[in-house]
Design a protein around this ligand. Structure first.
Ligand code: AMP
Length: 397
């Protein structure tokens, strides 16, 4: 398979699926350019090797055709600045103007296409629409990991028109390489830390990880479904009664596979879901009615820190408690520091993924102290579940 580092771009036009779905304020200024910045190395590589770049992305969720607030033209000033070249713009991603601009592109030039989702054909994965995009260029690069779990026209369908000239960009390559470091032949012991509100969104991940990890640490609201499944009394804590059986089966499967599964032994309690609530602390298997567990307790934190310190690879997804509220953030904060410390002191490979654990790592300013923070969100979770992502498959096959 060709890679972005081996491909000869000279004189070629590369159409690059980027993820420029950045937040804009009311003046249409970019409030967080992280996603754009992440795509710059791939774009610059094409330009440096004598190619021209045609950039395509979605922005927001337009409902019926073009809407000014979702126009990618708002990104032009910033993009021209970071690429240090004037970026051209086609105000329709397909059609005459896009074809004209694309055909006249010289090496080193960059063309940005208007929002792909102004056409419903994009999310429908329409082949004719994908062909029109493909016809603009000689080579296809997918660098939008965040949409790799979607079989959209620009993320997967388009690849068939480039049987020998399709590549992963650097973001895609990095995400796959780093997630594989915990999923494929990891350094052991491998520990997965799973938290967040619900078991329902995570059960497939739990099942897939039980086949792979040495230790499985459970926290967050989902812990109470496990505790109740084991016969514990959980008061008014978050519960998914329809998943009690599933949680119990996961515990049984972990035992069968010799996976150490850690479930909190104590919890920080509140008498309502508020930072101003009265608080208490209890054995997590014996919570009185009228109280709910909103964080893991001290004994649990101490045990989890010990397991983390003795792990060579760590995957963390989901907070340990309601970390957005200062009275219930301690568990998440301590785990974040323990993961950072394992990275620094033991050279453990630590991967953080999923929106809220990334938010936690950012909140405690530890982003540079862990091995890799996945930007993928849903795509990363589906990858960990063991699913083949359409955006990856389309390039590989
Ligand atoms: P998720 O999107 O499933 O990863 O869930 C993240 C959310 O779970 C965060 O907003 C946390 O506030 C919330 N959460 C974590 N622990 C608890 C808990 N014990 N009870 C209720 N919500 C929780």
């Amino acid at each position: 398979m060709q890679t972005i580092d081996t491909f000869d771009f000279s004189g070629k036009k590369a159409i690059i699926r980027v993820d420029f779905n950045v937040p804009l304020n009311e003046q249409f200024e970019i409030t967080d350019p992280t996603r754009i910045n992440a795509a710059i190395p791939t774009i610059k590589k094409v330009l440096k090797e004598g190619g021209a770049a045609i950039l395509m992305s979605h922005l927001g969720r337009p409902k019926e055709g073009p809407e000014d607030k979702f126009s990618l033209k708002h990104l032009l000033p910033y993009l021209s600045e970071v690429l240090e070249t004037e970026v051209l713009f086609a105000d329709d991603c397909i059609g005459f103007q896009a074809r004209e601009l694309a055909s006249k592109l010289s090496p080193g030039q960059v063309l940005l296409l208007e929002n792909l989702r102004f056409y419903k054909e994009e999310t429908k994965g329409d082949e004719a629409f994908a062909k029109k995009l493909a016809d603009l260029s000689d080579v296809y690069i997918n660098d939008a990991f965040g949409t790799a779990h979607r079989a959209h026209a620009s993320t997967a369908i388009i690849a068939q028109f480039f049987p020998n000239d399709k590549l992963f960009g650097y973001i895609m390559g990095n995400e796959i390489e780093n997630i594989n470091k915990v999923l494929v032949e990891p350094q052991r012991p491998l520990t997965a830390i799973l938290g967040g509100a619900k078991v329902s969104g995570k059960i497939e991940i739990i099942n897939n990880l039980i086949d792979k990890v040495d230790n499985l640490i459970i926290g967050g609201g989902m812990m109470f479904t496990f505790i109740k499944a084991l016969g514990g009394k959980i008061g008014n804590s978050l519960i998914e009664d329809d998943l009690l059986e599933t949680a119990f089966e996961a515990i049984e499967k972990a035992k069968e596979k010799n996976v150490n599964i850690y479930i909190p032994v104590d919890a920080v309690l509140a008498d309502e879901f508020s930072n101003d609530a009265n608080t208490s602390h209890a054995n997590s298997y014996n919570i009185e009615d009228g109280w709910m567990g909103l964080d893991i307790g001290e004994k649990t934190i101490a045990k989890y820190k010990e397991v983390i310190a003795n792990s060579s690879s760590i995957l963390w997804n989901g907070p340990m408690g309601v970390f957005e509220m200062s009275n219930f953030e301690k568990g998440t904060k301590e785990i974040a520091y323990a993961v950072a410390q394992a990275t620094q002191d033991n050279n453990s490979f630590t991967l953080i993924g999923g929106g809220d654990s990334v938010a936690a790592i950012n909140k405690y300013e530890l982003i540079d102290n862990v091995s890799y923070v996945s930007t993928g969100g849903g795509a990363m979770l589906e990858y960990i579940e063991g699913k083949e992502l359409p955006g990856i498959k389309a390039i590989k096959e």
